[in-house]
Design a protein around this ligand. Sequence first.
Ligand SMILES: [Zn+2]
Ligand SMILES: [Zn+2]
Length: 140
Amino acid sequence: MPWRPTRQRKAVLSALHDCAGFTSAQELHEALEADGIPIGLTTVYRALHALDRSGQVDVVREKSGERLYRPRPADGHRHYLVCRDCGLSTAVDADAVERWAEDVAGTMGFAEVEHTVELTGVCDRCRVTPAVRSSAEQHS
Ligand SMILES: [Zn+2]
Ligand SMILES: [Zn+2]
């Protein structure tokens, strides 16, 4: 049965919802295959790109340049602290950011101002035991 793009997007999005935190296209592809869903890696990339453009996923870029994806929360936006090593993402309290954004918008006379704030770092677990990722390391 041929898959329509919207079906593929739905499958990718629902697989993304099943993953904790940020997920790479490769990991998503593996998860979909494990569920017995026949989908090519290129199709996963395309679906993620489409979801990104329609604002249904958030994207961060890893140190290695790899893109990681996460479903965008439906109940308003949130801000996250993301570990660059393991992809762990934690929602953080960002009231100060919200107030600042409102103040700036008001002062400048702007309406419908949106913002994106992403905090990335290295989580305590990764700092204590750095993951062995020699294969992912960049050679310069
Ligand atoms: Zn980590
Ligand atoms: Zn915000």
